[in-house]
Design a protein around this ligand. Structure first.
Ligand code: ARG
Length: 259
């Protein structure tokens, strides 16, 4: 995770960003710290990447890389405003096997991993940020099959705002964010998935992080929290109103490490 010490909405690269809407920087930092503390309270270890001036979106650490089985596939950002973030993430992984990408991809923003689904499956989004050619590159780098899913709604410009892993083998997703064919593929691969609706997705409910039991998600997504409780998970709501103004929530702030 990377603290929002230099967070601001200074440019517009997704439909959520509005440079004229005020951001409470102090509150953003407080909310981020609470998210951090929540993860630690749940028994997880958090490594902190120092924030860098001039990189206001660096708080969205999920975009910096994608790791599976100790191998890291690096990110290559689509927009010039974020390109420099990739090097900071690369430095963090100095003791890992690191694969430098040639294709544009925004790390865990567009890649999810299900270790127990079909023997270990990468789900990969494209349509707005990550190039579909990066999916093949990730598959070669990580040695796991990758399934390409086409995102069609600009409000859900990354995979991680439309779909999330709930445990090692199941997912939750909002079908409307995907093309008809990709929806069919998701139904085929995950017949028992938890299905979210547009309200859940607009509340950034899908942008969650789960340890298989506790599901940390945006507090505005109360209807999704209820669905997850019914499905047997324990929702852990956190407030992230300020970071939502940059177009992200819980998952965006967390790069999961799969050593
Ligand atoms: N402002 C950032 C961008 O548009 C938000 C990134 C959100 N991150 C994520 N993993 N969805 O790039």
């Amino acid at each position: 995770m990377c603290p929002p010490e230099h967070f601001a909405v200074e440019y517009v690269i997704n439909p959520w960003m509005d440079t004229s809407a005020p951001v409470d920087a102090e509150l953003a930092l407080k909310q981020w710290q609470l998210l951090c503390e929540t993860l630690v309270r749940l028994g997880h270890t958090v490594h902190v990447l120092p924030a860098e001036a001039g990189l206001p979106d660096m708080v969205y650490a999920a975009n910096g890389a994608f790791s599976v089985d100790g191998v890291v596939y690096g990110a290559r950002f689509r927009y010039p405003q974020r390109i420099a973030e990739a090097a900071a993430h690369r430095a963090f992984y100095s003791s890992w096997r690191f694969v430098e990408p040639t294709e544009i991809n925004e790390g865990e923003g567009d890649f999810a991993y299900l270790p127990e689904a079909h023997g270990g499956l990468i789900l990969a989004g494209y349509g707005f940020r990550t190039e579909s050619t990066a999916h093949a590159e990730a598959q070669e780098a990580l040695g796991r099959p990758s399934v390409s899913l086409r995102l069609v709604d600009p409000r859900f410009y990354h995979l991680d705002v439309a779909l999330a892993a709930l445990d090692d083998s199941n997912i939750v997703y909002y079908p409307g964010a995907f093309s008809e064919a990709s929806q069919r593929i998701l139904r085929q691969l995950f017949p028992d998935a938890v299905i979210a609706d547009e309200t859940d997705a607009l509340a950034f409910g899908l942008n969650l992080v789960s340890d298989g039991r506790n599901v940390v998600l945006n507090s505005e997504a109360s209807a999704l929290a209820a669905k997850l409780r019914t499905a047997g998970y324990v929702p852990v709501p956190v407030e992230l109103t300020e970071l939502k103004k940059g177009g992200g929530s819980v998952k965006c702030c967390i790069a999961e490490l799969r050593p």
